[in-house]
Design a protein around this ligand. Structure first.
Ligand code: AMP
Length: 210
């Protein structure tokens, strides 16, 4: 099963992709995570990507397409995968069409207002990538799984969130139309309670699991 999770930053793509990957035993492929790792390791790709990411803009298509191609060629992808954060432009979707056959696309729809609240309070563990929200941390500053000090992502500052939303509506939202045209798009409401979103996403997977 080859699946794409689409949606604005903070829609919950990563959270739901992770859950479904565990349930179906397939890898979660997040270009954002791959790029953050490249930055942490100081690789050539990381050096190219850092400024774009810090500003909330997209890393150039050529860089990201190459990363996705390399990752999708690995053995663990042969039984399926969930793409989380790729493609993000029509050029990336066209490149993906040349190397993969996508079964369906889950579009997690959330308004800008909800996104600003969610991302502004988001905190992450830089070690294991666990995600938290300040409203539920009760003053706790360490990751409950690995005890690392949790942080706010640089691109979760208010100004950068606004920029990322602009980038999303201009460059990524056209993919909704792109996948609707090929009859692959299924939208779920991402603003309802987390468990309910998970249930909706699960139903979409069950309906396509043959
Ligand atoms: P994410 O973790 O998916 O929110 O991605 C964080 C940042 O990484 C984005 O704001 C972009 O700067 C960059 N990025 C991740 N995936 C892509 C992509 N498919 N195309 C371009 N830039 C990307």
């Amino acid at each position: 099963m080859n699946v794409i999770f689409l949606g604005p930053p903070g829609a919950g793509k990563g959270t739901h992709a992770q859950k479904m990957c565990l349930e179906y035993g397939i890898p979660q492929i997040s270009t954002g995570d791959i790029l953050r790792k490249a930055i942490a390791e100081g690789t050539a790709v990381g050096k190219k990507a850092k400024e774009f990411m810090d500003n909330g803009s997209l890393v150039p298509d050529s860089v990201v397409i190459e990363i996705a191609k390399e990752r999708l060629a690995k053995d663990d992808c042969q039984k399926g995968y969930i793409l989380d954060g790729f493609p993000r432009t029509v050029a990336q979707a066209e490149a993906l069409d040349k190397i993969a056959s996508i079964d369906f696309v889950v579009n997690i729809a959330v308004s800008d207002e909800v996104i600003v609240k969610r991302l502004g309070g988001r905190r992450v563990c830089p070690n294991c990538q666990a995600v938290y929200h300040i409203n539920f941390l009760n003053g706790e500053t360490k990751c409950k799984d690995c005890k690392t000090e949790i942080i706010q992502r640089k691109d979760d500052s208010e100004e950068t969130i606004k920029e990322r939303l602009k980038v999303y509506s201009k460059q990524t939202a056209p993919l909704i139309d792109y996948y609707q045209k090929s009859d692959k798009l299924i939208s779920v409401d991402g603003a309802i309670a987390l468990d309910e979103v998970t249930e909706q996403v699960r139903k979409v997977f069950e309906a396509h699991n043959d």
